[in-house]
Design a protein around this ligand. Structure first.
Ligand SMILES: Cc1cc2nc3c(=O)[nH]c(=O)nc-3n(C[C@H](O)[C@H](O)[C@H](O)COP(=O)(O)OP(=O)(O)OC[C@H]3O[C@@H](n4cnc5c(N)ncnc54)[C@H](O)[C@@H]3O)c2cc1C
Length: 485
């Protein structure tokens, strides 16, 4: 008699949970996906209104991480992929002026010498300080260290405060002097190990990239480092939802998982409400932020809950503004600007969405996506005050006719939802995974652990599905009978 198919619960319908559920269903499991909110997507949240396409969460997929674009293509959305518009310039607001980031900047290291040597972003003494990196010996300790601390030692503080901080710290919503090197930019450790000097490593990378580009057929233009979908990131969620429905996944919305208990066959879960009957599952994937996972595993594996609660989370707030183009005096040539922490103010970055992506706004409209600095005082402010700070920042930086009211204002608040990869992050994740070996039927995946970007979350969801498949096939495997001697 054939075994019944295993029944697996995926908790959380963000991109991690959706990717996990799809992979499990393809492996032949019976899957229930439980999402607390009334909609799928988690932080992926696309709104279409009055000819505008607004992203209240992620707006792009890092093309260098293959899991993202690969899933998009598998879902038949390959033609929907779009790169960013030219020119791809980004500016740093330095002493009140928008200074272009030097061309050929890699993650934080220059891949070309002259644009960096000529940039007005750094004084000559600051550039000479950076050049000391060429002669320093290797400085990295064996243990994890803050990205800021390491870069300050090698290259000086100017590059940290004006480039690396706004760029890398901004993406991770964590001050660069707290951000884990090993979790966030392990390539810097590799660069120092292999080349000793970071500047040499950056220039060597640049030469390799240019050689690869020269091999492309003439006229072929790379989509760039960031890609998105013409219909917005929400179309990825819609396509995943269709794929789950086609493969018979039982998707339950407005169904928070209230509790998990150990059972002989795996897990008993209570979905939807506290008085709902328990349902039995062979395995569970927790694709929810670490603090939500902690609450669910606490009764059975308190040590795992403690380890999960050690992963800190911050708040991310996005203010979207739309202005009539006629009111914006500055020429918007590029994708937006970053504001170093030392400049103060509530806004850490502003993306000119209408200039960055095709089809996001009518041609007579400028669409801006402004990030609020994740510092207690700012994130505590109510929405209307934050919108006012964003409006004033845009007004002065982009020379918007004073007093022009934006045509549209939206504030998206992701309270306590952004994992902070602080120094020691990977050790904390390893502690979580180790503690959970006490309950092998339960596994965790998602932004809190091994990468916050959408492609990393997809890869983690798929990897969690593989772990579950392995676990279940090991349980099914017939026990080998050893003959008695
Ligand atoms: C403003 C902003 C901009 C960003 N920009 C980018 C970008 O441009 N590119 C990029 O790659 N990444 C970006 N990110 C990061 C990326 O969006 C997230 O890291 C990723 O979407 C997280 O996916 P997830 O599935 O792990 O978690 P989530 O999206 O948080 O999903 C978790 C889900 O679990 C549900 N849940 C929680 N508890 C329970 C429970 N008990 N029962 C059932 N369900 C539960 C939640 O409701 C939620 O839907 C951005 C993030 C933010 C906030």
């Amino acid at each position: 008699m054939s075994q019944p198919k295993p029944r697996v619960l995926v908790v959380g319908g963000g991109i991690t949970g959706l990717a996990a559920a799809r992979a499990l269903a393809r492996d032949g499991a019976r899957v229930v996906l439980a999402e607390a909110a009334p909609r799928l997507g988690g932080k992926i949240s696309t709104e279409r209104t009055d000819g505008l396409l607004l992203e209240h969460g992620p707006d792009s997929i890092l093309a260098t991480r293959p899991a993202g674009a690969a899933l998009v293509r598998e879902l038949g959305l390959g033609e929907e992929l779009t790169g960013t518009l030219d020119p791809r310039a980004v500016y740093i607001r330095h002493r009140g002026r928008l200074v272009p980031m030097p061309e050929g900047l890699g993650l934080v290291l220059p891949t070309r010498f002259w644009p960096f040597a000529r940039t007005p972003l750094f004084s000559w003494p600051e550039k000479l300080r950076m050049a000391k990196d060429l002669v320093w010996p290797r400085l990295l300790p064996a243990d994890d260290i803050a990205v800021g601390t390491f870069l300050r030692r090698r290259l000086g503080s100017a590059i940290v405060d004006r480039l690396a901080g706004p760029l890398v710290g901004g993406v991770y919503g964590t001050p660069i002097d707290e951000l884990s090197l090993d979790a966030v930019v392990p390539q810097l450790r590799k660069a120092e190990t292999e080349h000793r000097s970071l500047l040499r490593a950056g220039l060597a990378d640049g030469a390799a990239m240019r050689a690869a580009a020269a091999k492309r057929p003439p006229g072929a233009r790379s989509m760039g480092v960031f890609v998105s979908l013409r219909g917005g990131m929400g179309s990825l969620v819609d396509a995943l939802a269709r794929s789950l429905s086609d493969s018979g996944v039982d998707v339950r919305l407005g169904a928070p998982v209230a509790s998990l208990r150990r059972a002989p066959s795996g897990v008993l879960a209570r979905l939807g409400s506290a008085d709902a009957p328990d349902e039995a599952f062979d395995a569970v994937i927790l694709a929810v932020p670490a603090h939500a996972a902690a609450a669910l595993v606490a009764p059975e594996v308190p040590a795992a809950a403690t380890a999960l609660r050690e992963i800190p989370h911050g708040t991310s707030i996005l203010v979207t503004l739309a202005y009539p183009r006629s009111a914006v005096a500055a020429r918007l040539v590029g994708h937006g600007y970053l504001v170093p922490q030392s400049a103060g103010g509530a806004i850490s970055a502003c993306t000119w969405t209408s200039e960055k992506w095709p089809g996001r706004a009518p041609s007579d409209t400028v669409l801006l996506r402004m990030f609020v600095r994740d510092e207690g005082a700012w994130t505590q402010l109510p929405d209307d005050e934050l919108a006012e700070h964003a409006r004033r920042d845009a007004e002065t930086t982009l020379r918007i006719v004073p007093g022009t009211a934006p045509d549209l204002v939206r504030v998206a608040r992701w309270q306590g939802a952004m994992p902070r990869y602080t120094v020691g992050h990977l050790a904390r994740v390893a502690a979580v995974e180790q503690a959970l070996t006490a309950w092998p039927s339960v596994t965790v995946a998602g932004a809190s652990y091994r990468g916050v970007g959408v492609p990393d979350c997809i890869a983690q969801g798929q990897a969690a599905a593989s772990r579950v498949a392995e676990l279940l096939s090991a349980r099914e495997a017939p026990v080998e009978l050893v003959p008695a001697v």
